[in-house]
Ligand binder design. Structure first.
Ligand code: RB5
Length: 150
């Protein structure tokens, strides 16, 4: 699995810890910024990372800002992206098993590193259940087809 990562300044420190975690486990990732000591807009970094998921270069994304909320709002503007802000382990599990989340968003100002890493682990390891949940994902695609205006 290939992961795109990105953060703004408020998510940078947490991102650093998550990148070390991914590297230690030999999980393939590419980071789209920001770097240390920058002040940036989360919008630009979410857009860059998610464009590279939509192009097929990466399978999923992990985006980190202060709360995880701004990153999720931007990511969910893209067709086919199901971005889920998660602050607890149960949500992380459900976001995969029921929602087939392909973008995890986290808040560097709301989560300590150890909790964030557990959320990342669960999100990476949990499979989508399919079945009735697949029917719901198909409905989401139909909502996109009907309502997304280029
Ligand atoms: C930056 O101050 C903060 O607004 C941003 O990181 C994020 O939390 C927005 O959703």
């Amino acid at each position: 699995m290939k992961i795109a990562t990105a953060s703004d300044h408020a998510g940078y420190d947490l991102k650093k810890g998550i990148l070390s975690y991914l590297a230690e486990r030999k999980i393939d990732f590419e980071d789209y910024g920001c770097g240390p000591d920058e002040r940036v807009d989360y919008v630009d970094y979410a857009e860059k990372a998610i464009q590279n998921v939509c192009s097929g270069r990466h399978d999923r994304a992990i985006l980190i800002c202060g709360t995880g909320l701004g990153m999720a709002i931007v990511a969910n503007k893209f067709k086919g992206i199901r971005a889920t802000p998660c602050c607890d382990e149960y949500s992380a599990e459900m976001s995969r098993s029921h929602n087939d989340s392909n973008c995890l968003t986290l808040g560097g100002r709301v989560l300590p590193l150890d909790e964030a890493l557990e959320i990342v682990r669960i999100w990476l390891e949990t499979e989508f259940e399919g079945g009735r949940h697949l029917e719901r994902i198909d409905k989401i695609h139909k909502v996109e087809e009907k309502n997304f205006r280029p």
